[in-house]
Design a protein around this ligand. Structure first.
Ligand SMILES: CC(C)(COP(=O)(O)OP(=O)(O)OC[C@H]1O[C@@H](n2cnc3c(N)ncnc32)[C@H](O)[C@@H]1OP(=O)(O)O)[C@@H](O)C(=O)NCCC(=O)NCCS
Length: 180
């Protein structure tokens, strides 16, 4: 299995093969919304994808981007987080947006490998991801992989779900906040 890192510009050029795999993995999603969201995200600073191929065919992908200052990611979080937890700078938290593996290639460690490969190279202090509240098997999988549940947020106007469960994982020690 060949893994490759892609910038936003490179991912844009591969969207034609990423999109059918997205549609297979998230059949309930609206592809027009997906294209609209992806165009915006791929153009954002720090966007990065990791893709997996076997015999030239795309078998999996993961991508995300750093949360910008003023992000709405944590808005409405229940239970409320400790002071400062939701403060973003553009360099503090990497948000994993989508992770997908072709159905025929699941259950062999590729999903975890893709995620590990993406996060190992990031410089942010932590990562976050959003899961569907009813997808308990996915949530258990993330907990086994060391992610912790932070809380629940309401879905936005363009979202397909009424709520999302947010998870986080530390990637490194937080930057000191003062020079003393
Ligand atoms: C989630 C997904 C990316 C995982 O990919 P994968 O290549 O199967 O992942 P891995 O093989 O690395 O790990 C799968 C884990 O689930 C477990 N698993 C496998 N089949 C399972 C099943 N039917 N039910 C529950 N757990 C299962 C495996 O044991 C493994 O757990 P472990 O690492 O603790 O042993 C893949 O199932 C997928 O594309 N799903 C559809 C899209 C999706 O839901 N993405 C995540 C959105 S939050």
């Amino acid at each position: 299995m060949d893994l490759a890192h892609l910038t936003g510009t490179e991912a844009q050029q591969r969207l034609g093969e990423i999109e059918p795999l997205y549609a297979e993995a998230f059949p309930e999603s609206d592809l027009d919304d997906y294209r609209w969201r992806m165009r915006r995200q791929m153009a954002s600073p720090g966007f990065e994808a990791v893709t997996a191929r076997q015999a030239a065919a795309l078998t999996g992908f993961v991508y995300g981007l750093p949360l910008p200052a003023g992000t709405t990611w944590w808005d409405g979080l229940e239970p409320a987080a400790p002071a400062g937890f939701t403060t973003e700078t553009g360099a503090r938290t990497f948000a994993v947006i989508d992770l997908a593996v072709r159905r025929t290639h699941r259950g062999r460690g590729l999903g975890r490998r893709l995620l590990d490969e993406l996060l190992a190279g990031r410089t942010e202090e932590r990562a976050t991801l959003a899961t569907a509240p009813h997808e308990q098997a996915n949530q258990e999988m993330y907990r086994r992989w060391g992610w912790r549940q932070v809380g629940r947020v309401p879905g936005g106007a363009k979202e397909t779900l009424a709520a999302f469960d947010l998870y986080a994982i530390d990637l490194r020690e937080p930057e000191p906040t003062s020079s003393t």
